[in-house]
Design a protein around this ligand. Structure first.
Ligand code: ATR
Length: 269
């Protein structure tokens, strides 16, 4: 059977092995999927060892997405834009391909929640790698505008400039944010520390959706704050499953049904 894995550091809490095992069982694909902790300073060596042992492809998570980007011989256009790779695979000729599925994963999860997208006013919080990776698929949904707000305003401005050819994209600091917005996506890592970005009270339009790319057993501080202000709230667990399904499709050319896997993970939180 074909071997796949996820590389990260740390990797102990990754849900990816469970997700891909469920996909493989559901679709009858003969494959295994394991978690491998690569050394921080030698991702390339870890990949080479895995490939030499029969590895066909891999997911890549923190902190190796840029290493994977540099290592891939053939990059998809969306990976080039993102500057990051979360999915690697070898073709029959032994050529190493790199793609990123985080952005489509987010877009698909947003669609499943009937989020306002086409014609919507979208606000994205954060300007790090996680946000860069999702901007192209978000802009492909044809929002009216997309505003990027970040603690370090200059990073948001630079990111907006990089994507300005794809739509009405603006960048600035939190103090510059002027609502209302139909969709607000938290792509900062502030939730990890239990921090809330300093946001204005009047942020949400009627029927607005607040989305946090993080998830956990309890709602994040951002989602609690948003719910108190009348927004519908969704966490990032669905995005995790949808990006995994897209990687699975790149490797196996078959699309698993994500609904039972989403449900399984939610129960296990
Ligand atoms: P990632 O790959 O998760 O995006 P990153 O590139 O380190 O990681 O980016 C983290 C993001 O979360 C950045 O937008 C960061 O803001 P700065 O660019 O100003 O550093 C944001 N962030 C992290 N902790 C935060 C906090 N406590 N409050 C607000 N924003 C925070």
């Amino acid at each position: 059977s074909d071997r796949y894995c996820v590389f990260g550091h740390p990797i102990g809490h990754s849900k990816s092995p469970r997700i891909h095992a469920a996909f493989a069982e559901q679709t009858g694909e003969a494959m295994t999927y394991e978690a491998i902790e690569a050394p921080r300073d030698d991702f390339a060596g870890a990949w080479r060892a895995f490939a030499a042992a029969g590895g066909r492809g891999a997911n890549v998570t923190v902190p190796f997405k840029e290493d994977a980007f540099r290592m891939a011989e053939d990059l998809s256009p969306r990976a080039q834009r993102a500057g990051a790779v979360n999915t690697l695979w070898l073709d029959d000729g032994g050529r190493l391909h790199g793609d990123t599925t985080d952005g489509v994963g987010l877009a698909r999860d947003l669609e499943m929640h009937a989020a306002p997208l086409a014609g919507a006013r979208i606000l994205v919080l954060g300007a790090g790698g996680a946000v860069r990776g999702v901007l192209e698929p978000l802009l492909a949904t044809r929002p009216a505008s997309l505003t990027i707000a970040n603690r370090t305003a200059a990073r948001a401005e630079a990111l907006a400039a990089d994507f300005a050819d794809l739509g009405d994209v603006r960048g600035g600091g939190f103090a510059d944010v002027a609502g209302p917005f139909d969709l607000v996506i938290n792509g900062t890592s502030a939730s990890l520390a239990g921090d809330l970005p300093p946001l204005p009270e009047a942020l949400f339009a009627d029927g607005a959706l607040a989305y946090d790319m993080m998830y956990g057993a309890e709602p994040t501080v951002f989602l609690v704050w948003a719910a108190e202000r009348g927004a519908r709230t969704v966490d990032g667990l669905g995005m995790l499953v949808e990006q995994a399904a897209e990687s699975f499709f790149l490797w196996r050319h078959t699309r698993p049904d994500t609904a039972p896997v989403r449900e399984m993970l939610r129960q296990a939180l």
